[in-house]
Design a protein around this ligand. Structure first.
Ligand code: NAD
Ligand code: MG
Length: 328
């Protein structure tokens, strides 16, 4: 594994050169503000009609339409939703300088061929391993969120050093930057959110809730057990892995974990995980998601509605309302 730290990175590679950050959402705001505080020359690229424009201006940043923002920029970072990056690239490609660095925070558009960059451009990835809010907060506190770096196309011979300088500008180099490929970043990121972090974890919670409620237990008690308390366990895992969790839970909980956990997440779940990974790797997932977007996202909305209408949401809202130390 190749890991770069702050000492390996020369942020002066960017110097006074203009950096265009396209998009001002979760990642865009954090990157633009961190770069500005690091002394970089940042401009945010947004549609004048969008709601982010006023926000970026209020934060003290220079804002221009995307095609104006990329003019004269040595670095162009794409921080719009993945599904609009193809169209956005097409609207700005003629204005991007010869030899500029195109950057992405997730490899989807490049890996699945939605964006096919001009041959004279450098193309790389700087993917913070955390949400934008954390990228900003850690930077302000003098720390950083670890990043992944990958180079897809090295037209100038300097793609890696420029990308690493950018990672230092957003604070990532303070925590370490691990080298990867667009394929590895994209496929593991999609697998993680589908099988474990978002898809897997929420299905596990809902299935546990339904099992208890069907067996006649009170929904409020079930909610506390399978949704509320999950945070305590996740915090222990985050801070100290399996060892820290085992140190803080009872022997009864640890024994139950070891004899029952592998039955719940057993061979069937592992087979499903491999199937999910296969569909990510062979492009089936990407193709279906792109088509869903082209169709105006009808299934996305229907599935989202079903998720949010589940009884666990109703119970949860009422119980969280009584815990005023939780901020939603
Ligand atoms: P977001 O949805 O929070 O923000 C998108 C921004 O793009 C908004 O400011 C929106 O106004 C703007 N935008 C939309 N269409 C536009 C257009 N046509 N032209 C210009 N601006 C446009 O997005 P995000 O979650 O920050 O994701 C940005 C990228 O970062 C994605 O590639 C994503 O995969 C990646 N990423 C996100 C996270 C995360 O925590 N959210 C973490 C790592 C990587
Ligand atoms: Mg789910």
């Amino acid at each position: 594994m190749q890991m770069y730290s702050e000492a390996d990175v020369d942020i002066s590679v960017l110097g006074e050169q203009r950096i265009a950050v396209l998009g001002y959402g979760s990642q865009g705001r954090a990157h633009a503000l961190n770069l500005k505080d690091s002394g970089c020359n940042v401009v945010v690229g947004l549609r004048r009609s969008g709601s982010s424009w006023a926000k970026a201006e209020a934060d003290g940043l220079a804002v221009e339409e995307p095609d104006a923002a990329v003019r004269g920029a040595a670095v162009v970072m794409f921080l719009t939703p993945d599904m609009v990056q193809k169209t956005l690239y097409e609207t700005v490609v003629d204005k991007i300088e010869q030899g500029a660095l195109l950057l992405f925070a997730h490899g989807f558009a490049i890996h699945y061929g939605q964006v096919e960059p001009r041959a004279d451009l450098d193309v790389a990835l700087i993917a913070p391993k955390g949400p934008g809010g954390l990228v900003r907060r850690q930077y302000e506190e003098g720390h950083g969120v670890p990043c992944l770096v990958a180079v897809h196309q090295d037209a100038t011979g300097n793609a890696l050093s420029k990308a690493l300088a950018y990672s230092a500008g957003i604070g990532g180099a303070r925590a370490g930057v691990i080298e990867t490929t667009f394929a590895e970043e994209t496929e593991t990121d999609l697998f993680g959110e589908q099988a474990v972090l978002c898809g897997g974890a929420t299905e596990l919670i809902v299935a546990g809730f339904e099992t208890l409620v069907e067996a006649g237990y009170q929904p409020e008690v079930a909610y506390y057990e399978v949704m509320h308390e999950l945070k305590l366990i996740v915090d222990l895992l985050h801070e100290g892995g399996l060892a820290k969790m085992h140190k803080f839970i009872s022997d009864t909980a640890a024994w139950g974990d070891m004899v029952s956990g592998p039955r719940v997440v057993g061979d069937a779940s592992r087979a499903a995980m491999r199937e999910v990974l296969t569909e990510i790797r062979d492009g089936t997932f990407a193709r279906n998601w792109i088509t869903e977007n082209e169709n105006g996202m009808p299934e996305f909305r229907a599935k989202m509605r079903a998720d949010l209408e589940h009884p666990i949401e109703d119970v949860g809202r009422r119980l969280r309302g009584r815990m005023d130390w939780l901020s939603e």
